[in-house]
Design a binder for this molecule. Sequence first.
Ligand code: HEM
Length: 305
Amino acid sequence: MPREQGGICAEGNLHGLYLMFNASEGAEVGLPRVIAGIAAWLQASADRNADCAFNGFIAVGANYWDSLYSEARPAELAPFPQFEAEDRLAPSQPVDLFVHIRSDRLDVNHVAATEVCRRLTGLAELVEEVRGFRYLDNRDLTGFVDGTENPVGPGRREVALVGSEDPAFAGGSYIHTQRYVHNMAMWEQQSLKTQEDTIGRSKMDNVEYPSEAKPMFAHIKRTNLKHPDGRSMEILRQSMPYGNMQEQGLFFISCCKTPGHFTAQLKSMVVGEHGHFDHLLKYTQAVTGAAYFAPSLDFLERSAG
Ligand code: HEM
């Protein structure tokens, strides 16, 4: 199996730093080598900074892929699936490069981000930077524990990494990101019962509602989906809370061996079925949405030119 970029399946950290870049005109000639260099540098940094569990990955935007690697494309790579229903919108805002940096030290993340920006100088322009943080015991800013039903152990790689079904891209991962802005004032006005019904779990002790008590509009009802043969549509969520006193929310990140699971879950949240949509969307709004592929280290080395 080709070596994957370490940050894709990494366990959670205290701090995240996310950089989004758009490539400059003509940069496609030099970028494959620089991207391979960044991925290798992030990997070497993980070894050097094991004490703070540093990890990272770099991913290429679905709309930009062909400009860099015209000879081959991951079988299912597609633009971000924008959905809209009534006043609910999950927008698509394509970005060319996504760099995911995480560790338990803010300063180590800052050093890494500085190095990434230095390497991309003249080749790509930074269009957005988001700094994520662990909130309490892995909670979203709504106060609910986030990530409970994520795959664990070897299951993380099984869910997140492309396997033998697409051999040229094995060890890679389909990445979707969305920056959500929470309406905290409105959320905090809701009763505990309304909040718990909205998620489908209890707030303090994080217990899942029994299935007969789970409302059709509950977030986990809308996102816990199955294939027709009964297999779960799993994704690996690497999201983190972010923000300041002016704007705050969740930087949502999905890593998966196929983009289909995220797409089906997002559709079920926004469009829903039989009039049932995800009531979490009454209190939070996605303001960005982008699709990427994070190739294996071997693919990046081979394509460096
Ligand atoms: C579960 C929060 C967006 C997919 C959960 C849980 C929380 C949560 C608190 C329950 C605990 C857990 O299992 O992690 C949020 C917030 C979001 C958000 C605050 C945005 C503001 C999304 C999106 C997707 C998604 C956009 C996919 C399109 C899932 C899945 C589960 C889950 C698959 C596990 C369901 C289960 O099997 O029980 N989320 N989420 N979430 N969420 Fe989200």
